[in-house]
Design a protein around this ligand. Structure first.
Ligand code: HEM
Length: 534
């Protein structure tokens, strides 16, 4: 099924005329010297049998770090190389938009940052990104802690009820618990709304999950039938989606109205002085409304909030899920993590300052993101003809692509590339402590923490785009530090309180993907209260 077409003869027989003509035009326009891109041909069954990113990995090993994937008439360029990723995400970022992803997300997020057109994006990014500054994050740590405490006390209550005198143990789907926890945190941190989902169910929570479910369905369903007129009235799941959106929008509209009506000059002063710890409401919405006055368009604000609600919820829940999964299979690392938590926190709770000392927990979080990146693929479409660098082991002349080319940047492949990582499939948080200079790979600068001085967590700059947990370049995640600190606090508090074991075998935890990698039937674990709690 997968063949490499590197010879002229093979190439001629497998490319159609139109493709050649468009490539010729691109070559002419770009003026580059063009190599031949390897081609993998997919069967439609590849789209359904298992997560697509697994097949993309096999083809990466077979065809190299830039290849063209053809599914019948549809073709994508698949990139698994830091040099090419750097080109697309940073050096030539504005020659690309979000393509298919924007088509899918626009009905949900409107003109929010992720699907936004370039003009809207430029305006909103300038306004939103400053909201995530250090004082805001410091204030958020309190929210991370309070919400994690709720989860811990819920588990403790279960233990009290279900445990017997001899052994107190409960079985719990931790993925569901992490999802509730992340929803509560994003609600409070972004728009000061307490979903309270750790302890209750409500129509708004149900609507949020319904919308996420639909976003996921759309990202894995390859025919956008929901665009056909009247489907939103006729198809039951589309009708439900519309009604879910209505519920969330009504909730967000009310929050925006309240935030605008309760705007107070004293709060504005505190915000200006970055006096977040003395603010009653330190949410991002407060910042956006107060610092910009009444001139913010409500519709745009709603799109921004909805985008952050969706972007910041499942992703963080997934990090916690896979970190727990990985630790459960590496008991020595679990013990090492618990020893660190005990020595840094004792019986206390994490603070902004103590996060700096929880180095091993931080490394566990980033190593989990390396092995299970959320999302596993970044999606782009070229707005104009471009020449991609050949990348590591690729054609030195690079590859010309015409305008309108759909690109899958496989973060999963990059993070597990045998060319850039030692023992790429192993869970080794310690790997980020080893500095690696690079002489062998032309065009790639190796790992060097001094490139990002003061960074609490390894990032794309330190790794020169070999590690891309939050993307890179101008469209990099705005919530990266929020998410990393949130995950560190929640994981530290879980490990401080409980010993966690997987209920079944690791193989029984099946993977599924939509926007994120999650489990098919939950992460069922056995939890016991730690006996050596001080
Ligand atoms: C963008 C990952 C948490 C808000 C992105 C991108 C990635 C990412 C990879 C880049 C997408 C691309 O280039 O196509 C993650 C992960 C998270 C996380 C792994 C959790 C572990 C959050 C949180 C928020 C957030 C907590 C908000 C509070 C956003 C926004 C964008 C974005 C608004 C779009 C940025 C832009 O285009 O300017 N995220 N994210 N994310 N993320 Fe996150």
């Amino acid at each position: 099924r997968c063949q490499s077409f590197n010879t002229d003869k093979q190439r001629k027989s497998n490319r159609n005329l139109l493709d050649n003509a468009s490539n010729l035009l691109t070559n002419f326009l770009s003026g580059g010297s063009i190599g031949s891109m390897p081609i993998a041909e997919g069967a439609v069954t590849d789209l359904f049998g298992r997560p697509l990113f697994f097949s993309l990995y096999d083809w990466f090993l077979e065809h190299g770090s830039v290849y063209k994937l053809a599914f019948g008439p549809k073709a994508f360029v698949v990139v698994s190389d830091p040099i090419v990723a750097r080109h697309i995400l940073r050096e030539n970022a504005f020659s690309y938009d979000k393509g298919v992803l924007a088509d899918i997300l626009e009905p949900i997020m409107g003109k929010g940052l992720i699907p936004a057109d370039l003009d809207t994006w430029k305006q909103r990014r300038r306004v939103i990104a400053p909201g995530f500054h250090a004082s805001y994050l410091e204030a958020m740590v309190k929210i991370f802690r309070t919400c994690s405490e709720r989860t811990i006390s819920k588990i403790n209550q279960h233990l009290e009820q279900e445990g017997n005198d001899g052994q107190k143990l409960i079985e719990l789907d931790l993925e569901a618990e992490f999802s509730n926890l992340a929803l509560d945190i994003i609600g409070l941190g972004v728009f000061n709304y307490d979903f309270g989902s750790v302890t209750k169910e409500s129509p708004v929570i149900k609507a949020v999950y319904g919308t996420l479910f639909e976003a996921e369905h759309r990202s894995t369903f390859y025919i956008p039938y929901w665009k056909v007129p009247l489907t939103s009235c006729i198809v039951p799941r589309q009708r439900k989606f519309q009604s879910d959106l209505k519920i969330i929008n009504a909730c967000l509209d009310e929050l925006i109205r309240n935030a605008k009506e309760s705007r107070q000059e004293t709060d504005v002063e505190k915000l200006q002085q970055r006096d977040y710890l003395n603010l009653k409401d330190a949410s991002l919405l407060r910042f956006l409304v107060d610092m910009r006055g009444a001139d913010v368009d409500d519709r745009q604000l709603r799109d921004d909030l909805m985008t952050m609600l969706i972007a910041g919820h499942e992703t963080t829940a997934a990090v916690l899920t896979w970190a727990t999964f990985l630790l459960s299979q590496n008991p020595d690392k679990m013990r090492k993590a618990q020893a660190e938590v005990d020595s840094v926190l004792g019986t206390g709770t994490p603070t902004y300052e103590s996060l700096k000392k929880l180095q091993y927990i931080r490394l566990i979080v980033v190593e989990s993101l390396r092995l299970y990146p959320q999302p596993p693929l970044l999606i782009r479409r070229s707005l104009k003809p471009d020449v991609l660098p050949g990348g590591y082991k690729g054609d030195k002349d690079g590859y010309a692509i015409p305008a309108g080319t759909d690109v899958f940047l496989s973060v999963y492949n990059l993070h597990r590339s045998p060319y850039f990582w030692e023992r790429p499939d192993e869970f080794e948080p310690e790997r980020f402590l080893v500095q690696r200079t690079n002489e062998q790979i032309e065009g790639w600068a190796g790992f060097d923490p001094s490139r990002s001085p003061g960074a609490l967590y390894p990032n794309e700059i330190i790794s020169d785009f070999a590690f891309l947990p939050f993307g890179g370049g101008p469209r990099k995640c705005v919530g990266d530090q929020f998410a990393l600190m949130e995950s560190t606090v929640a994981l530290a508090m879980l490990l401080q309180n409980f010993d966690v074991q997987l209920k079944g075998t690791p193989d029984s935890v099946e993977l599924v993907t939509g926007a994120t990698i999650h489990t098919k039937n939950g992460l069922w674990c056995k939890l016991t209260k730690r006996s050596n709690l001080h």
